[in-house]
Design a protein around this ligand. Structure first.
Ligand code: AVJ
Length: 363
């Protein structure tokens, strides 16, 4: 046991792998709250340093977007979701509020596993719908940010005393082996976070997810839909500059954790929509040349004046293409929910009985 924090009426226990599997059963059957710290959890370690060094060696340079979400980054992202230009969260929350009970009718009393849960704010619509139908709910949020995850678990347990919450601190893959044990389950992946993946990574993710789920399990996916360029671009260029702070925080984090010594005033946020690829490309543009150090590896990188470092992509979807492609990985579409402007969609999928026939269809 590494750390213990007091919640209102429940303890949050942070533990590592060896105790994890035992606790998974206990927490979810007896009740209570726990956080499992997985191997891919953030924290002291070489993961970030190695990722930065490899990304800055690429041409053009690019950094892994998962590292945007440290304690500070998760808090800044939370402020992004409140900006008037950032329609995604608000729109998705509305769709969830309107349809959570309908979703629960379709799925029955399944365990909820949320990937990239952050502060779990939108998920409350689902938890309420689940608790309206049964005395308890099992909820497993998964997030790389320990700070956001602990906060989320604490809030949910104080709000819903009968909820059985098990936080998993790590990346999505960490949760995949657990899915079989907690089936019947609905994996929830909101916010169009899937749009952060390059197409190949998205395919690998969907294939791994489908094979980790049992037949009859559910997958609820939020996707941002293709729309007028100006609306999308504004969402990633809010006038208050919160998204710019979010991008800059990645370099602030490098200063904090890697001793990079970057002058943050030269880091500019550039977010542009590429309609040919249906994606927003988010870059940090260096207004002046910088030497970026990764102390623990004894490496330095010279970034030229005007150079752009890709920090994130955010892909947008056409429902007509997205739904059949998802089905190709071994899912059946149960329902598609959208808002009245058709800006965002929640797709409810069910794992098919076998994966073999769908694999054939894809090749
Ligand atoms: C959390 C990945 C869905 O792509 O819209 C928002 C991240 N970055 N503004 C998105 C983000 C800049 C966000 N996702």
């Amino acid at each position: 046991m590494l750390d213990q924090a007091q919640g209102n009426s429940l303890d949050i226990v942070i533990m590592d792998g060896s105790e994890a599997s035992l606790f998974l059963r206990d927490t979810l059957t007896i009740g209570g709250t726990a956080i499992l710290r997985g191997e891919t959890a953030d924290g002291p370690g070489l993961g970030f340093a190695l990722s930065v060094a490899s990304g800055l060696s690429m041409c053009p340079r690019q950094l892994e977007s998962r590292y945007l979400y440290d304690r500070q980054g998760s808090a800044i992202f939370d402020r992004i979701t409140e900006q008037p230009e950032y329609y995604l969260t608000r729109t998705e929350a509305g769709i969830l509020a309107d349809n959570a009970c309908r979703i629960r009718e379709i799925t029955g009393p399944v365990t909820l596993v949320e990937l990239g849960s952050g502060y779990s704010l939108k998920t409350d619509h689902l938890l309420r719908a689940w608790l309206a139908c049964a005395p308890s709910v099992r909820y497993i949020p998964v997030d790389v940010s320990e700070a956001a995850l602990c906060e989320a678990c604490r809030i949910i347990c104080n709000l819903h005393l009968s909820a059985r919450v098990l936080g998993v601190n790590g990346d999505y893959r960490e949760a995949f082996p657990m899915l079989r044990e907690v089936s019947p389950v609905m994996v929830v992946f909101l916010g169009s976070t899937i749009g952060n993946f390059e197409p190949e990574d998205e395919s690998r993710f969907l294939a791994e997810l489908a094979s980790s789920l049992s037949p009859g399990d559910f997958f609820l996916l939020g996707v941002d839909l293709v729309k007028e360029q100006l609306i999308i671009e504004s969402a990633y260029n809010d006038v208050a500059g919160v998204t710019a702070d979010f991008t800059r925080n990645l370099f602030a984090r490098m200063n904090r954790e890697l001793g990079s010594d970057i002058d943050l005033s030269v880091v500019e946020h550039v977010a542009r929509y590429n309609p040919l690829r249906d994606q927003v490309d988010i870059h940090a543009r260096f207004a002046r040349k910088q030497i970026v150090r990764v102390e623990s590896l004894g490496k330095s990188f010279a970034i030229a004046e005007g150079e752009m470092v890709l920090t994130e992509i955010s892909r947008k979807y056409h429902l007509e293409a997205c739904v059949p492609s998802l089905e190709g990985f071994g899912f059946e579409t149960e329902a598609v929910f959208t808002d009245e402007r058709n800006w965002f969609a929640l797709i409810l999928l069910k794992r098919t009985d076998s994966l073999s026939e769908s694999r054939e269809r894809r090749t």
